[in-house]
Ligand binder design. Structure first.
Ligand code: NOJ
Length: 564
């Protein structure tokens, strides 16, 4: 039994505010900039906007280090600007999802300033402290942004835990006062008008009591500790408490970011009756183009084998059907641009961006579109590390050069492919100076291809990625089978074609996607029966013909409605 709800039917658009639109010429995107673009988003047809963090922050990790949860980042504007943005969205029927970053705060948050002052400060227990082990860090964990996950605090003679940068101390969720503070803050935002939350690394909030050493996969180096803090012993209990205390009181949308989450955990957390969140961002799909178990993690890249993507996504599609709910995404502010990664950002940029958009909107689950994806924005040809801004890239570069002995060129190569700054360059609004993003100097360079790839061009061109996305979103709104139809993979062994059906009662969609530059032939399995077929959307002109067998052009996508 699958309940019908708006958060399954909606399309979410993610804004990275720093790079979206700058209204005051300081080179940094801001809230008024977003408000000025709401009609554009309405025209695209999306329903919900997820804002990456806009709270007060010293920006060690671009807002994912929060120093005040109930105020706005100075560069982004004021609470009054936020109220105006919310009002502007609601007036257009758009909903707002805030980013909830509560695995950690900034070290400049007043809680942490107090906590680090003395062991008997009432805030001390808001964070996670340990004595030195043999005069050194308490365990062998590496933080996500390189270096130890522990930082020494002289005043108390202890280390504190930070799974990300040393300016992002992890909160101690064992402390009921911490949970109370977080829940009160969520109520405060709901009452201000927000419609939901995207929850940053939410499956990391419960840590194992003994914080044991991580298994050694990089002899002589620190070890990744994520495996030990995701899905911790009290995670489900904390989420259930959040649901009971906060989420169940609002008609809201929730998505939890969940590194290393398994299908079984995903089904448990998103189960409509017994789970706590609507959906999760799982990461398996993002790990398939990295060499598994390699000491350099995501930076050790390898070409994607499409069959791995099919196996992984089919597992999620099947396991959550009628049970939990999926979120579909191919890019966000932490990932390279999807057209560069999974398609082609050269001659086949437009067709491949459309093919990937078709994929993302035709899987079962709520689709997430990342700013710029809808115009086919690409990775950036960074010429040197000086052009990068992301703490993760800057730190790994240093590690590659200083500890692994790589040349600057060798160290930059994986950052060009996987670095997060690829997705963080300014939104390309027009061919005007700085892509129309700012009248000043942008905080990060503009991708030089903005003269050809920009919103103004895309809105005017009927064959653009933008206008194709509009059609996809409209079709999804008009056809419940896009949302609720069950997923069935066909031609599973094919290395270039990803094809599946979606079925709801007497309606069936056939989705055929060529993920390659080649021209493979699609042959439907014998059991696929139909009496007629109507083409709903395609990224090339298509003649009516046999839908059981046809040759595909590079990155071709077709969606048929079959009469059964
Ligand atoms: C996940 C966020 O998406 C990422 O941008 C951030 O660096 C980490 N969590 C830490 O908050």
């Amino acid at each position: 039994m699958m309940n019908k709800t708006w958060w399954k039917e909606c399309v979410v658009y993610q804004i990275y505010p720093r790079s979206f639109a700058d209204s005051n010429g300081d080179g940094i995107g801001d809230l008024r900039g977003i408000t000025a673009k709401l009609d554009y988003l309405k025209r695209l047809g999306v329903d919900v906007i997820w804002l990456s963090p806009v709270y007060r922050s010293p920006n060690d990790d671009n807002g994912y280090d929060i120093s005040d949860y109930q105020d706005i980042m100075t560069e982004f504007g004021t609470l009054a600007d936020m109220d105006a943005l919310i009002a502007g969205m609601h007036a257009r029927g758009l909903k707002l999802m805030m980013d909830l970053v509560v695995n950690h705060t900034s070290d400049e948050h007043p809680w942490f300033r107090q906590a680090r002052a003395s062991r008997d400060n009432p805030y001390h227990d808001y964070f996670i402290w340990r004595e030195p082990r043999d005069g050194r860090e308490p365990n062998n964990w590496e933080a996500a942004f390189s270096g130890s996950a522990w930082e020494w605090n002289e005043a108390t003679g202890e280390y504190f835990l930070h799974m990300f940068s040393k300016k992002q101390p992890d909160l101690n969720w064992e402390n009921p006062r911490v949970r109370r503070e977080v829940f009160d803050m969520m109520h405060w935002w709901f009452q201000r008008g927000v419609d939901g939350f995207r929850m940053d690394v939410i499956n990391m909030i419960s840590k194992p009591a003994d914080l044991p050493d991580a298994p050694i996969i990089r002899p002589g180096f620190l070890q990744p500790g994520f495996g030990l803090v995701t899905n911790g012993p009290r995670l489900l209990e904390y989420l259930a408490e959040m649901k009971r205390d906060v989420l169940s009181r609002y008609d809201c949308i929730t998505v939890g970011e969940a590194p290393l989450v398994t299908v079984r955990q995903g089904a448990e957390i998103t189960n409509e009756e017994t789970g706590s969140l609507n959906m999760l961002f799982e990461f398996e799909r993002m790990d398939l183009d990295s060499v598994g178990g390699h000491m350099n993690g995501k930076w050790a890249y390898k070409p994607l084998d499409l069959r791995d993507l099919k196996t992984t996504l089919s597992r999620w599609q099947t396991a959550l059907h009628g049970n939990g709910w999926n979120s579909n995404y191919l890019s966000n502010h932490d990932q390279p641009r999807s057209v560069s990664r999974f398609g082609d950002d050269g001659a086949d940029r437009v067709v491949s961006a459309k093919m990937l958009g078709t994929f993302n909107h035709l899987l079962q689950g709520t689709p997430y579109v990342y700013q710029g994806e809808e115009i086919g924005m690409t990775n950036v040809p960074f010429e040197s590390i000086d052009e990068c801004r992301d703490i993760e890239s800057l730190n790994i570069y240093r590690e590659f050069v200083e500890h692994q002995g790589l040349t600057p060129e060798q160290a930059l190569a994986p950052i060009r492919v996987k670095g997060r700054d690829n997705a963080r360059t300014p939104m390309q609004w027009s061919a005007a100076s700085q892509a129309g993003f700012t009248t000043g100097t942008p905080w990060i360079r503009v991708n030089p291809n903005y003269t050809a790839i920009n919103v103004e061009q895309a809105v005017a061109d009927p064959d653009s990625v933008f206008n194709y996305y509009r059609k996809l979103i409209r079709l999804r709104r008009e056809n419940p089978v896009f949302v609720y139809g069950s997923y069935h993979l066909i031609v599973p062994e094919h290395a270039e074609i990803y094809a599946f059906t979606r079925t709801l009662d007497a309606e069936r969609l056939l989705v055929v996607l060529n993920f390659s530059k080649n021209s493979p032939t699609f042959t439907a399995p014998a059991e696929l029966s139909y009496s007629g077929a109507e083409l709903l959307i395609a990224n090339y002109p298509v003649e009516t013909g046999d839908v059981r067998r046809f040759a595909l052009r590079p990155f071709e996508a077709r969606v048929y409605r079959l009469k059964v």
